[in-house]
Every structure is written in structure tokens, then in C-alpha cells.
Write a protein that binds this ligand. Structure first.
Ligand code: UGA
Length: 434
């Protein structure tokens, strides 16, 4: 099939590349000329495991192309994916200006029947608005479909190629059939394509992300309570998670959820409720608890150093919001860094992939270590904020040699407490006794 993808951010790029992988002819459109040039040269503009291999293969086969010309994109695809940004509009709501402006252009430029697919996470009613905007510009037949994306950064290729489910919000049989045909190769294992109305599909995406954020947040509060009563959250997690109604996944406590999706989507769902006079009381609490959780290590560190943090040197391992990505949006590490900098702490930071992004944000305010051991040279403490695999089994002797004080604040519970005691570290983690 002929597919166009408008917007080559995270979702657009993965969607375009994976759809090319199953033999479709994909043309990706983006307004960013330098990015398009880079992609035309075969370079992937983001870090995402396995994407580069697929990218190269499909560009070589001429199934994956890039352009800045929207009109070319609209002529090319029978199905037009909108994978445009929907940033926080400033008041928590999703800013739809990119989606609606592009829809207007689509209305002006299409010459034959098209299925327009909302792939971005958009508020309930957006498909309807997109349809209105296009219809105001053209009489040419078209359908607007909601097809939310559930992929995770770091696992995006696998999630796209082997989805647990595909959700299609559509009220047109013609569009539904085209979408089913497109996704058939991805659900050969028998996973479902769930067809519903557009609004329910749009809400499915928000409800899924809000539920997962709530699940994590619940566990974070249980972890905090564990510390108070002397229980061990790892054991509680294992006990609770083996109930299949609850499930083992997304129960890992830590220093809060981050990234470009959960924080934004929970707030956007909350705000769209508020706009209609409906208060999501549960989400109120989730937002508040997560804000506190992101900084939960700070008072501990402050207490450990008797409120004398000024001029202490602290290392931070892990800057991306989670492993296997260079994405630092809403990363808990950054909230801690800001707080510690304001207290006069000198920071030595290291991340396997996110260093460039952090440099852009902080410039010379931080020392950018060349590796994880360089980061801990002469430091008074180490903070672990992202659970990259490389941090899981460090050379503890080397750490002890390099560190000024053998103190670790672990926001991701990477080590066994007994091991740390045996190694002679002061070790503080989340929801477990020291
Ligand atoms: C999330 C969803 O998992 C995807 O299904 C969805 O498609 C995506 O948002 C989106 O809306 O585009 P992502 O943001 O890539 O994916 O990352 P997750 O792996 O879900 O992690 C989100 C945050 O939760 C991270 O900060 C992570 O550290 C935290 N987390 C996750 C925990 O603190 N504990 C857990 O047990 C799991």
C-alpha cells in the first residue's frame, strides 16, 4: 500500500519505518529541512534500539523516503498518518494547533479519497474536529480514523511489529477495511484488531497511559509506606504482582514516572475532565504524588549531609527518563539536578546515551563524565536515577577507590541491600530498609 506519514518525531519515524518493513511504500514528511536531509542520508535522528537496521534496509529498497513537501505526501499516500506533536498547551491541555493546521492544508491539497489517521495522542473529539476542518476546505471524499499508538520508547520497533492489540476508531467501513488490511501482517499471532468509534479509541489511549501511571504511583506510595513500617517493597511487589488480576508489570517503585507521555497525558486527561466540569480525583492525586516522588531522594541526601550540601560533589548515573533512550523529557534526574544545583552542589553526571541532550540543557553547569567511573571520582555520594543495565553490576572495588565517601542513593533499587552492607556502602533505596 502507499502510505504517507506527516511528522517524523518518535511515533512517526517508527510508524513509517515499520510500515515500510512489511512492504508498503512509505513517504515521510517533516517541515524540518535539516532533519529530512539527515534522514535522506540514512541517518536516524533519534536513539531507538534496532530502528537503524530497519531504516537502512528500507531506504535502500526505496520503500522509505523523506520529503519536506506536504503536497507530495498527500498525493502519495492512500492512508495519511498524522504523527504530529501535541505538546502541553501551558495549562495541561494538549495543544492541537499542529494537528489542526495540517488538517486545513490536507483539506486544501487532497485530490482523491484519503484515509486520514490520527496517530498522535489527542483529546477525545479530535477526529471529529479534524474531519470538520478538512470538510470545510474540500468536497473530496475522505475519512478520519483514530489509531492510537501504544509503543514504548526503547522497545518501539518490537512493540510496533508485534503489538498486543491494534485499536481503530472508525465509523467508515471503507476506512476500517483499509486499516485492517494494513495491519494484518502485524497481528498474525492472533492478537486483536479492536474496532470502535473514534471517541472511544481516543479515550482508550489516555485511559491506558493514565492507568499505568496510576499503577506505578500506587506502588511508589506503598514503597514510601514500607520504609515507615519496616517492610520491603520488593517482597510486597512480588506478593502482590503474582495475583494475575494485578500482574507483575509496571509495579516497580522508583523516583516517579517521566518521559514525553505519562506526565503530559495524565495532565491532559485531567484537564479535559475539568473543562467539562468533571474532576478526576484519582488523577489529581497521581499528579501530586508523582511530583513529590521525583524529588524524594533530596531530603534524604540533605539529611545525610546535615543540611550542609553546599560545595559537596555528587555523581548522577542515568539522565534519560528510562533506560534505552536518549530522551530526557520530564526525566526525574533533571528535577534532582535542578534542586541540587540550587543548593550549591557540584555534579558529575553520566548517561550512556543522553549526554548530548543534557549538555544542550545545562551547558557548563555540570561536569560531563567520560564514563561511569569517571563520574564518581572524589564524590561525596552517588545517585542512581535510571536503571541502565551497565549500572547493575558495577565494579564495587573501583567505586570505593574512586569515591571520597562510599554513599549511594539508589532511585531504582538496583542492588541487594545485604550485598551493599557487605561491600561497606551507606546505601539508601526506595521502599527498603537501609
Ligand atoms: C508509555 C507507555 O508505556 C506506552 O504504552 C505508550 O505508547 C507511550 O507511553 C506513549 O504514550 O507514547 P514510554 O513513555 O516510552 O511509554 O515509557 P514506559 O516504559 O511506559 O515508562 C514510563 C515511565 O514510567 C518511566 O519514567 C519509567 O521509569 C516509569 N516506570 C515504569 C516506573 O517507574 N515503574 C515501572 O514499573 C514502569
Amino acid at each position: 500500500m502507499k502510505i504517507s506519514v506527516i511528522g517524523t518525531g518518535y511515533v512517526g519515524l517508527v510508524t513509517g519505518t515499520c510500515l515500510a518493513e512489511t512492504g508498503n511504500e512509505v513517504l515521510c514528511i517533516d517541515i524540518d529541512e535539516s532533519k529530512v536531509k539527515l534522514m535522506q542520508q540514512g541517518k536516524v535522528p533519534i536513539y531507538e534500539p534496532h530502528l537503524d537496521v530497519l531504516f537502512e534496509r528500507n531506504i535502500k529498497a526505496n520503500r522509505l523516503r523523506f520529503s519536506t513537501n506536504l503536497e507530495d505526501g498527500l498525493n502519495h499516500g492512500d492512508i495519511i498518518f498524522l504523527a504530529l506533536p501535541t505538546p502541553d498547551g501551558g495549562d495541561g491541555s494538549a495543544d492541537l494547533s499542529y494537528v489542526l493546521e495540517t488538517s486545513k492544508q490536507i483539506g486544501k491539497l487532497i485530490k482523491s479519497y484519503k484515509v486520514i489517521v490520527d496517530k498522535s495522542t489527542v483529546p477525545v473529539g479530535t477526529a471529529e474536529r479534524v474531519k470538520e476542518v478538512i470538510t470545510a476546505e474540500t468536497n473530496i471524499e475522505h475519512d478520519v480514523v483514530s489509531n492510537p499508538e501504544f509503543l514504548r520508547e526503547g522497545f518501539a520497533v518490537d512493540d510496533f511489529l508485534k503489538p498486543e492489540r491494534i485499536v481503530i476508531g472508525s465509523s467508515s467501513e471503507r476506512a476500517t477495511n483499509l486499516m485492517k488490511k494494513l495491519y494484518k501482517p502485524f497481528v498474525r499471532s492472533g492478537n486483536p484488531i479492536i474496532v470502535m468509534d473514534e471517541k472511544s479509541a481516543e479515550l482508550t489511549k489516555y485511559a491506558a497511559n493514565a492507568f499505568l501511571a496510576t499503577k506505578i504511583t500506587f506502588m511508589n506510595e506503598i514503597a514510601n509506606f514500607c520504609e515507615l513500617v519496616g517492610a520491603d517493597v520488593d517482597k510486597v511487589r512480588a506478593g502482590v504482582g503474582s495475583d494475575s488480576r494485578i500482574g507483575k508489570r509496571f509495579l516497580f517503585p522508583g523516583i516517579g514516572y517521566g518521559g514525553s507521555c505519562f506526565p503530559k497525558d495524565v495532565k491532559a486527561l485531567h484537564k479535559s475532565g475539568k473543562d467539562l466540569g468533571f474532576n478526576f480525583n484519582l488523577l489529581d492525586a497521581v499528579i501530586k504524588v508523582n511530583e513529590l516522588q521525583r524529588k524524594i531522594l533530596i531530603p534524604r541526601i540533605d539529611n545525610f549531609f546535615n543540611q550542609q550540601l553546599k560545595d559537596k560533589t555528587i555523581a548522577v548515573w542515568g539522565l534519560s527518563f528510562k533506560p534505552e533512550t536518549d530522551d530526557i523529557r520530564e526525566a526525574p534526574a533533571l528535577y534532582m539536578i535542578d534542586e541540587l544545583l540550587s543548593k550549591g552542589v557540584k555534579l558529575r553526571v553520566f548517561d550512556p546515551e543522553a549526554m548530548d541532550n543534557v549538555k544542550l540543557k545545562y551547558g557548563n553547569k555540570l561536569y560531563y563524565a567520560t564514563n561511569m567511573y569517571d563520574a564518581v571520582n572524589n564524590v561525596d555520594a552517588l545517585i542512581i536515577s535510571t536503571e541502565w543495565s551497565i549500572f547493575r553490576t558495577p565494579n564495587f572495588s573501583k567505586l570505593k577507590e574512586n569515591m571520597n565517601q562510599t554513599v549511594i542513593f539508589d532511585g531504582r533499587n538496583l542492588y541487594d541491600i545485604d550485598d551493599m552492607i557487605n561491600e561497606g556502602f551507606y546505601y539508601s533505596s526506595i521502599g527498603r530498609n537501609i
